[in-house]
Ligand binder design. Structure first.
Ligand code: NG6
Ligand code: CA
Length: 524
């Protein structure tokens, strides 16, 4: 009962503080039980991949039903159009482009998150939560020299997770093994693991030399060691007993997530559940293979939806629905062919992976970072659809506010408390945000400026001198014109086809100035 009162107070407090950062924290009572938090982060799931977001040929009942007790956001963003910067930013509340080297990591890259840095996990752990990671990690491990046969640290357990069952990078990168806390699962000490990315090691077959052994052909890259009939990025030897089976991965992670919830059902917990679907290699379990209407890409969407159903059924069975805030989202936009010839591009059937938006994964157009985001919390959220501008960066400050924690100065500097929006009690999110791909863009209200002279991790560069009124215009692979500065009015041109930088030069200059200011200042 006490817990319910706390939750009502939390929601009321959130509603009362529409704009003040962390103000709701001050209004919340301490030392009471707190709602469980389940963050489900899908991989490469585009804006147009869920039936609740208008997808055709795809049916996602479990994910859609989250929205029945929650809010479906239409203007939510990941920090970046690829995984590592996006996940780094969500976990830490700090724009990835502020930090050197936060880009797609190989499987043996060192941990990017500092051990003194706040993360969603360390913040909630400090608030009394038991915290768990299940799934893909991809923000680095160790200090640069990982011994896969010994203790693998620092890693998730050093940045806030009490327990972690995960793989290091991506399913298409070695080592293809699960790690539990600090150790490779099922490792036979007589068959030690070695990993290299810069050169081949050992005598294992590779995609480049032994393509006849592949069960899935590659279309680009991915010509390293063959594991389970699929060649990966990078080379590994050893660890035979520890290698995963791709077709079993989704169920393995779902089972671990269910176990974690069952084990921690009597105390507040954070579950950060990060399935590998629908990232390549797409290798669905038999139950899903060939069953969908649009090829293997949609088979793994079905699989993802089934996994989410496992989580929500567990919460229902344990009567935790009214005590659990679920956030469902994706790390970046969609990609159809991501380096394996799995037939996905031939089975599109008119399906638009990024919905009404242009581009997808890797791209600075909206398809890159405009992602599905659903919050769900039975009895505590005003259900509906929201067009509030929110970023995954904001989870840290918002969850801190929900739990009565104050974000210390110097931590999570780009995270804004948008708790009222997340709980469906306000239509107001943040005013502006920066998007990251190969270049940066700033969104302010319905205006968006792409600045191709600004690159993540580098100092702001001066613009090239405009020639006689107009910027130099190039044409992208898709045939769209691009210039050094592109200004779009997303309210009428969500597909970013009409560059208005020449029509509103002052607005473009103002937004550029704001972007440079954000880059040179530590805080949003
Ligand atoms: C790219 C890979 C791609 C994917 C991506 C990371 C090639 C040709 N492409 O380098 O398949 O693994 O990295 O995806 O190798 S992410 O979602 O983790 O950012
Ligand atoms: Ca991704």
């Amino acid at each position: 009962m006490k817990r319910r009162v706390f939750l009502q107070q939390a929601a009321a407090a959130a509603a009362a503080t529409l704009v003040t950062r962390s103000a709701s924290a001050a209004l919340l009572p301490h030392a009471q039980s707190k709602p469980n938090i389940v963050v489900i982060l899908a991989d490469d799931l585009g804006f147009g991949y869920l039936s609740s977001y208008g997808a055709t040929h795809v049916h996602t009942p479990a994910i859609d039903s989250l929205a029945a007790h929650g809010v479906r956001f239409t203007n939510a963003h990941s920090d970046a159009a690829t995984c590592t910067p996006s996940r780094y930013a969500m976990l830490t509340g700090s724009y990835a482009w502020r930090h050197d080297g936060v880009q797609i990591l190989p499987g043996d890259a060192k941990l990017l998150i500092g051990q003194d840095q706040w993360t969603i996990a360390s913040m909630l752990k400090g608030a009394g939560y038991t915290t768990g990671l299940v799934g893909k990690w991809h923000v680095g491990l160790g200090d640069g020299r990982i011994d896969w046969n010994g203790e693998i640290k620092p890693g998730p357990c050093e940045v806030g997770f009490d327990e972690a069952f995960f793989f290091a990078a991506t399913a298409d990168r070695v080592p293809s093994v699960y790690i539990h806390n600090h150790r490779v699962v099922n490792l036979d000490p007589a068959d030690p693991i070695h990993v290299r990315y810069d050169q081949k090691i050992g005598n294992e077959p590779t995609g480049r030399e032994d393509p006849e052994l592949l069960k899935m052909k590659l279309s680009e890259g991915h010509d390293g060691t063959i594991v389970d009939g699929i060649s990966r990025i990078g080379f590994m030897t050893g660890g035979k007993a520890a290698l995963w089976k791709d077709e079993e991965m989704a169920a393995t992670f779902a089972n671990k997530a269910v176990e974690f919830i069952e084990k921690n059902q009597h105390q507040p917990f954070l579950l950060y559940y990060t399935p590998s679907d629908i990232h390549v290699p797409r290798a669905p379990a038999e139950q899903f293979a060939g069953r969908s209407e649009c090829g293997v890409r949609c088979d793994v969407i079905d699989q993802l939806d089934w996994c989410v159903g496992r989580i929500t059924e567990t919460l229902q069975r344990l009567h935790l629905e009214e005590n659990t805030l679920i956030v469902f989202t994706s790390d970046n936009g969609p990609v159809v062919n991501d380096g394996y010839d799995d037939g996905a591009d031939r089975a599109l059937h008119g399906h638009t992976p990024a919905g009404p938006y242009r581009g997808g994964k890797y791209m600075i157009t909206e398809g890159g970072t405009r992602i599905p985001l659903i919050t769900s919390w039975k009895g505590h959220i005003n259900p509906g659809t929201s067009d509030a501008l929110v970023s995954q960066l904001d989870l840290l400050a918002s969850l801190a506010a929900l739990c009565g924690e104050t974000v210390p100065k110097g931590q999570a500097e780009d995270s804004v408390n948008v708790l009222p929006a997340l709980l469906g009690r306000s239509r107001t999110g943040r005013q502006s945000l920066v998007e990251e791909a190969q270049v940066l863009a700033i969104v302010d209200g319905h205006w968006k400026l792409i600045d191709r002279s600004q690159r993540p991790g580098l100092h702001p560069r001066p613009l090239p001198k405009p020639t006689a009124g107009a910027m130099e215009t190039k044409v992208t692979d898709e045939g769209y014109p691009t210039a050094a500065l592109e200004l779009y009015d997303l309210s009428v041109d969500p597909h970013e086809t009409r560059n208005l930088a020449g029509v509103h030069p002052e607005r473009a200059a103002r937004l550029r100035q704001e972007l440079v200011r954000l880059r040179t200042q530590a805080k949003s």
